[in-house]
Design a protein around this ligand. Structure first.
Ligand SMILES: Nc1ncnc2c1ncn2[C@@H]1O[C@H](COP(=O)(O)OP(=O)(O)OP(=O)(O)O)[C@@H](O)[C@H]1O
Length: 604
């Protein structure tokens, strides 16, 4: 028997799964952390409690009326008292209906308000985290925390507490009545309570472990789904559907096992509770019947007593069930707290300076940088200066650190040593939004959102007018192709620009950077993925975009590099050469050999 029970209550191994479990948090800490989010609905908490408390009082009155009915109408076979009992009974039913309605609507409102503010706060917090967080975490798991886990916290904080109070109120009212009716029978009924309590505690602990595992598996499942579906083209092109499906099945099975473990625990718990309940009720019934036979109790009294005992076990049952629900919700709360505890690695200093419109002078001054957790430096002692309006090209082999430089320029990361400066001020002294406002980017991987062409261009600047949008599109050489789209500027482009060609996406990105009109321009491989013709085609719009702005252009394509005022050649994170195109060619160093290599392909 014991080994069977042990098997039934086993939660399964906590290993496996692509997402780690969040650290455990004590319940008091969970309350402390989430209580502030109830602010919007707090004034309704008192009415919610009052409605909860009034419910059991009406219930008790109904039961009392039943006793009067048995002892005053049924036993003496006298119909007269029914004249007042019937309307009072109806009145109580109406009263209970109104209270039930008010209770449900207000408590749901309070709970949903709480969810509204918590979910938005979690989303805002996650959005404010540094790029480093997103490069390390699995997006699907983060999404499952924002959408799924947040709901469970509500149970922990509000509906769970409201239910607990409701049950306590019921217990108080029914126990009071029971003691008033027969204290000796009531004491007998209460003998089983400590057994109840011990069982509830034990099962709550098991539930907590099982729920943690279930939430963690849920996160893993979302992470795998997001990764597979997000890269569907790659998956299908390499015929990896079977492998991805197997990966999904593994997580799905893990979640299934965790869900079954929770259900088994609950399913064992329920009969255990019922056995305890029935034992108590039978003892009371035995003693009660004996007392009836002795004439110490009326029939109505005994029936009401048994009805009340039935009602008494309801809230005890509910309270002990809440324990397990609480612990299940706590597992989700831990996952949210872990997310909220993440601090942006890049934070604004108090009293950070405003820049106004920057002139666009960019300095890298002895910059050393290592990615969190990496063993080697991505950038070692990198220094260069770009004067306002100048174009600086960054070239170097793949992995040399070019994109890392761009990330530091946008202050996605801070250097470990040295400084990145804008107009002579360390970026760390400036307001983060000003740093980002001063830079427009056209990235290697073109970022096009699911939305209309117009929205995609206007994303570059809040409040851009229609004329601004069209002017930017013209300057980016995009107007003509946009006009030819089925609905022009209102055409929907799929997520990541799936419905546009690479060159068209890139021209949209140029239009977006154009409309931003920032003093510093970051071009990270703007011609990547384009054939020679398309590459040449975007050169003119790019030149228009670069005119009058400080430009840092990262490129393997030396065509985009030749016009640069100066060129920085990076190798393994170090600056190995710095100078103008002609000088570097004459120097016969790293740039000259890169140029020789690419001359046969790109420049042909
Ligand atoms: N998020 C990251 N975490 C850890 N290491 C990283 C991260 N991003 C880049 N690296 C490492 O930093 C080094 C520089 O990478 P970076 O992306 O800056 O190179 P790159 O010159 O832009 O290369 P490419 O031309 O291929 O885009 C590489 O060794 C790379 O493996």
């Amino acid at each position: 028997m014991v080994p069977v029970l042990r098997r039934l209550l086993a939660v399964g191994e906590a290993g496996g799964g692509v997402v780690a479990a969040a650290p455990a948090v004590p319940p008091r800490e969970v309350f402390r952390r989430f209580w502030p989010y109830t602010r919007g609905g707090r004034r309704w908490l008192v009415p919610v409690l009052l409605f909860s408390l009034a419910g059991p009082a009406v219930d008790a009155a109904e039961i009392w009326l039943f006793k009067t009915l048995v002892d005053g109408v049924l036993v003496p076979r006298d119909l007269r008292p029914l004249l007042w009992i019937a309307p009072v009974c109806l009145g109580l039913v109406v009263c209970s209906g109104v209270l039930g309605f008010a209770d449900e609507v207000t408590s749901t409102w309070v709970g949903e308000r709480f969810l509204l503010s918590l979910r938005s706060a979690v989303f805002r917090h996650v959005q404010g985290l540094s790029l480093g967080f997103f490069e390390r975490r699995r997006l699907g798991d983060v999404l499952s925390r924002i959408t799924g886990d947040v709901d469970a916290v509500e149970t922990f904080l509000l509906s769970g507490v409201a239910d607990a109070l409701y049950y306590v109120a019921q217990l108080g009212v029914f126990l009071g009545l029971l003691f008033y009716l027969r204290w000796d029978l009531t004491l007998l009924a209460l003998v089983v309570v400590p057994v109840f309590w011990a069982a509830a505690r034990h099962f709550a602990r098991l539930t907590r472990v099982a729920s943690r595992e279930r939430r963690r598996r849920g996160g893993s499942l979302s992470a795998v789904a997001e990764e597979s579906l997000g890269n569907v083209a790659l998956v299908q092109a390499y015929n990896r559907q079977g492998w991805e499906a197997a990966r999904f099945d593994r997580e799905n099975l893990g979640r299934f096992r965790a869900a079954m473990a929770s259900v088994r625990i609950r399913a064992v718990y329920r009969p255990v509770v019922e056995i305890i309940e029935v034992t108590g009720a039978l003892a009371v019934m035995g003693l009660g019947t004996w007392k009836l036979a002795q004439g110490q109790l009326t029939l109505g009294g005994l029936l009401v007593f048994l009805a009340l005992i039935g009602r008494l076990y309801g809230p005890v049952h509910g309270l002990s069930g809440l324990g397990t629900a609480f612990y299940a919700a706590a597992a989700s709360a831990e996952r949210i707290i872990e997310l909220l505890d993440q601090r942006p690695q890049v934070a604004e200093v108090p009293g950070a300076r405003r820049t106004g419109r920057a002139r666009g002078e960019v300095d890298f001054d002895g910059v050393w940088f290592r990615y969190p957790g990496a063993s080697s430096w991505a950038l070692s002692d990198v220094s260069f200066h770009v004067a306002p309006g100048e174009t600086m090209a960054l070239v170097g082999a793949s992995g040399a650190g070019k994109s890392t430089l761009a990330k530091l320029q946008l202050r996605f990361y801070d250097p470990d040593r040295g400084a990145v400066r804008l107009d002579g001020t360390d970026l760390r002294q400036l307001r983060l939004s000003d740093v980002r406002d001063s830079v427009a980017v056209v990235l290697q991987e073109t970022l096009v959102f699911h939305g209309t062409v117009r929205e995609n261009i206007a994303y570059g600047r809040r409040g851009a007018s229609e004329a601004d949008i069209v002017a930017a599109a013209r300057a980016a050489d995009a107007h003509a192709f946009i006009e030819r789209l089925p609905e022009g500027y209102d055409t929907l482009v799929g997520q990541r620009g799936r419905t546009l060609s690479g060159g068209q996406c890139q021209r949209l990105a140029i239009a977006r950077a154009m409309i931003r009109d920032a003093p510093v321009l970051l071009l990270d491989e703007p011609t990547t993925g384009l054939d020679v013709r398309s590459g040449r085609r975007i050169m003119d719009p790019l030149r228009r975009l670069m005119a009058g702005r400080t430009t840092v252009v990262i490129s393997h394509n030396l065509l985009t590099v030749r016009d640069a005022t100066r060129i920085v050649v990076l190798d393994h994170g170090r600056v190995v050469e710095l100078g103008a195109h002609d000088d570097l060619l004459r120097g016969r160093g790293a740039y000259a050999s890169l140029h020789r290599l690419s001359a046969g392909t790109v420049l042909s």
